[in-house]
Design a protein around this ligand. Structure first.
Ligand code: MG
Length: 452
């Protein structure tokens, strides 16, 4: 039996001797073409195989900006086709300056001169280059470049990114709203307002349960914390259960309700909450346990049927693989730029599909509209999509990011614009100078540090 590689080699040689250089170039293994592409003979033949010539990356423009409380970092990746560029988001609102520096110092020198469609190769080289994998700062920098390269690919193809991912499975993406308040009645008002706006999913939160996070070094002359501390677990658990009971009694059962625990309870208190919420039929409890206590998800699954969403603090594949493969969570909540961007996120979505885990990518206001566009394109093309997070964009953000995904009636609607469909208004962005990020330290009821 002749090995298939021999057949390919013979076929390639035959085609070459027959003058079929184009066919031969197509059959040659990629590794034989060299890192810079085809040899001289193949370059002559190559244009007949491609609809468009390959483009090179000529520059990366890092654009950090601070809009209100949010410290955004986006990029423009320029190409040697005049006017063609891509945009990407690498927002890590707490460490804006570090991400911007990583892009400028490490990513930009490595990719200028590379082909813009080498998305996979650039991503994996960037993953391995720092030797230590899964730094959240490096992942955000990678995400910014990765998003921009997908944007360029879509623009060149004249197709929205969701079509590059295999096409839409739904016409629009449903989102959940947030209803915050300091009493069950106030939260009820928020839930009713969201339903009025068209939302069918609402996440609730007691305004008092999470005091403002003002920084880990905020102490007075005596060394005591100067900002309000989080309340004790028993207060929070009882209050949440009472509020959910109130909402079921008053608003009813047609709305899907959820809550973000934010890893703030002790593991046993969090498990008590999940069990107490069973009769209330929640959409999910989010981040029931912190990453430090992730092994508790196995116990929660065994002891409670309340659905669980988890993952906005994940940066490494080892953190989510066991949770998904063992079916200990129902929704994966990664922050797409924190795991490295669209390229790894689409693999996570595909992997989770086979374990019945649905996607609900982290999407608060400290993700730029470019990042939200990445989330939306992936949501549209993901079979096991669960729910999206996002509020309507302010007029200010829509002006800063022309083409931001359209949001109304509790849904995000795609356009058929090529690429990600969103841009950055650089001239306007110059009026929002970066402030570097913010700290998120928080304290427990006794003044000791606790999870924000
Ligand atoms: Mg959360």
């Amino acid at each position: 039996m002749i090995p298939s590689t021999s057949i390919n080699r013979r076929g390639a040689l035959k085609a070459l001797t027959a003058g079929g250089a184009g066919l031969a170039a197509m059959m040659l293994p990629r590794k034989l073409m060299g890192p810079e592409g085809l040899n001289a003979e193949e370059q002559i033949a190559a244009p007949s195989l491609r609809a468009l010539p390959r483009l090179k990356i000529t520059d990366v423009r890092t654009i950090p900006m601070t809009v209100g409380r949010y410290h955004l970092t986006v990029v423009k990746v320029m190409t040697d086709e005049p006017g063609l560029y891509g945009v990407g988001c690498g927002t890590h609102s707490e460490r804006q300056a570090v991400v911007a520096d990583t892009i400028e110092r490490y990513m930009k020198p490595a990719i200028v001169g590379r082909y813009a469609d080498d998305i996979n190769d650039i991503w994996h080289m960037a993953w391995l280059a720092p030797y230590w994998r899964a730094s959240v700062d490096a992942s955000n920098a990678m995400s910014a470049i990765d998003g921009a390269l997908w944007d360029i690919l879509g623009k060149r193809a004249g197709m929205p990114v969701y079509e590059l991912l295999g096409g839409k499975l739904r016409p629009a993406v449903p989102m959940f709203a947030n209803a915050n308040g300091s009493s069950p009645d106030e939260i009820e008002d928020g839930v009713r307002a969201a339903i009025e706006e068209g939302y069918q999913f609402v996440r609730i939160r007691h305004a008092d349960s999470r005091p403002p996070a003002d920084g880990w070094s905020e102490v007075d002359d005596e060394g005591a914390p100067v900002f309000p501390a989080r309340r004790r677990d028993i207060v929070n658990v009882n209050e949440l259960v009472e509020t959910f009971e109130h909402l079921r009694d008053t608003v009813g059962w047609d709305v899907e309700l959820s809550h973000d625990v934010h890893g703030a309870l002790s593991p046993s208190s969090a498990l008590t909450l999940a069990k107490a919420c069973e009769p209330l039929r929640l959409h999910f409890l989010e981040d029931l346990f912190s990453p430090e206590d992730a092994h508790w998800y196995e116990h929660a699954r065994a002891q409670s049927s309340t659905p669980i969403a988890y993952g906005e603090l994940i940066v490494n594949q080892n953190e989510w693989v066991p949770l998904a493969a063992n079916r200990w969570i129902d929704y994966i909540r990664c922050h797409i730029s924190a795991i490295g961007g669209l390229t790894p996120a689409r693999k996570i979505a595909a992997c989770c599909e086979f374990f019945g885990v649905r996607t609900s990518w982290h999407g608060p206001a400290n993700v730029s509209p470019i990042g939200h566009a990445v989330n939306m394109h992936l949501d549209l093309a993901t079979k096991n999509f669960g729910i999206a997070e996002g509020d309507p964009f302010s007029d200010e953000l829509q002006e800063l990011f022309p083409g931001a995904p359209e949001r109304r009636n509790g849904m995000t609607y795609p356009s058929d614009a090529p690429g990600l469909g969103v841009d950055i208004n650089e001239e306007m962005a110059a009026n929002y100078p970066p402030q570097g990020g913010r700290d998120r330290g928080m304290r427990c009821f006794d003044g000791s540090p606790c999870h924000p």
